[in-house]
Design a protein around this ligand. Structure first.
Ligand SMILES: *Cc1c(COP(=O)(O)O)cnc(C)c1O
Length: 391
């Protein structure tokens, strides 16, 4: 490969998208429109045949017995927690460095989210902090019931350690796989990990629809049946027979039809994301902290998130913005410091890794259709931006 200097004018790139859903749509051709048209034709907009076809396809893909689709990733978490029957007096351990929904679902049901720290090299739940959290919950007079590991940025959490703690302490594991659909952990596909898993089909997630959507996965037939009831107002034999308090949490048939088409290209997209990640790593590993996958894991690369030196992040992001390179910060504030969550318990009273990383992380453009020329340009501009701020 010959190394040439890249000139912006010779590249003639248009605006660089952070996630390019338009490119994915071009790749899909007419398949999504045809799938939507079929739903319009049969008219079964709620729980139509595509919903059940998708659930079978997702279960096959993950190697799990039961998949229950639902209206969002947040609903998937709520449905999972409702099925586990949590409520006031219960504590559920969650990482603080995550999207609000992880803790929100717990708090909404009247239980206590108990915040634990993450590992700086994976962004995922720290098993040691989690073990301390279980004892802290009991010390507070709460009943620890479960753990919600989050596969942040697409990378599976340390399930071997977390499942061991859960087993010893008699807790369940609900995996928040909203960002990791398609990833694998030691021979297991995300979705088949933990007692149950929740994922999101929000458009920007690795498997996204064209609206809101989600799914719960489990091998437990009783849990699956309860969740099927819960997503339709706690129905018994039909929706006018109400046997428990539930929600309206169904996935629309049109979204299911779209997801069937998108699931068919997911493996291709995962390979492509992996290639993009490897190119970033090769170019950036000597400059900043880049994500490292523990042996035996693959990532769905929902985000490519690097860690910058202290005090450098905001300047680099602003510099890149001036250069037309979009970036994002996930997450600027850990949940335990947020107005809505700061009165909930925190292991050790503060979470040094979460607090440190919130000021240092930066996510670069990442999607399966990021071509090499555009990526090289992003890398080039990143190097310039980093050197300009003097790091
Ligand atoms: C996106 C996300 C959710 C919520 O999913 P929605 O479909 O937006 O409700 C939950 N947890 C994590 C970690 C997420 O990234």
């Amino acid at each position: 490969m010959t190394k040439t200097t890249i000139e912006p004018t010779s590249l003639n790139l248009g605006p660089i998208p952070f996630i390019d859903l338009a490119a994915q749509r071009r790749h899909l051709g007419g398949r999504v429109e045809e799938a939507i048209a079929r739903v319009l034709e049969h008219g079964q907009y709620i729980l139509g045949p595509e919903v059940f076809e998708l659930e079978r396809a997702l279960a096959n893909f993950c190697g799990v017995e039961y998949t229950i689709s639902c209206a969002s990733g947040t609903d998937a978490l709520i449905l999972g927690l409702l099925a586990k029957g949590i409520g006031p007096g219960d504590a559920v351990l969650v990482p603080s460095f995550t999207f609000a929904a992880t803790a929100e679902a717990v708090a909404l049901l009247g239980a206590t989210p108990l915040f634990v720290d993450i590992l700086s090299d994976t962004f995922n739940m720290d098993p040691e902090s989690t073990a301390r959290g279980v004892h802290f919950a009991r010390h507070l007079g709460k009943t620890p019931r479960g753990v919600i590991p989050v596969d942040l940025f697409g990378q599976p959490a340390d399930y071997d350690s977390l499942e061991r703690i859960a087993r010893v302490e008699g807790l369940w594991v609900l995996s928040d796989a909203a960002q990791s659909f398609g990833a694998t952990y030691r021979g297991r596909r995300v979705g088949s990990i933990g007692d149950l898993s929740a994922t999101s089909f929000f458009p920007a997630k690795p498997l996204g629809c064209y609206g809101d959507g989600g799914a719960v996965f489990t091998d437990d037939p009783d849990v699956a049946e309860v969740i099927r009831s819960l997503r339709v107002h706690g129905k018994g034999s039909d929706k006018y027979d109400n046997v428990r308090i539930g929600i309206n949490g169904r996935l629309d048939t049109i979204q299911a039809a779209i997801l069937i088409e998108k699931l068919a290209i997911l493996s291709y997209e995962l390979t492509s994301r992996q290639r993009v990640a490897e190119r970033y790593e090769a170019a950036l590993a000597s400059l900043v902290n880049v994500p490292r996958l523990p042996p035996g894991t693959t990532s769905a690369w929902a985000q490519y998130t690097i860690i910058l030196p202290v005090h450098a992040r905001d300047a680099v992001a602003a510099n890149l913005k001036r250069r037309g390179i979009p970036t994002a910060v996930y997450y600027p504030r850990p949940l335990h410091t947020q107005t809505a969550y700061r009165h909930y318990p925190v292991v050790g009273n503060h979470l040094p890794v979460s607090e440190d990383l919130a000021s240092r992380v930066l996510s670069l453009p990442m999607h399966p259709y990021l071509d090499e020329r555009t990526q090289d340009w992003i890398i080039h501009e990143f190097r310039e931006a980093l050197s300009e701020i003097g790091s």
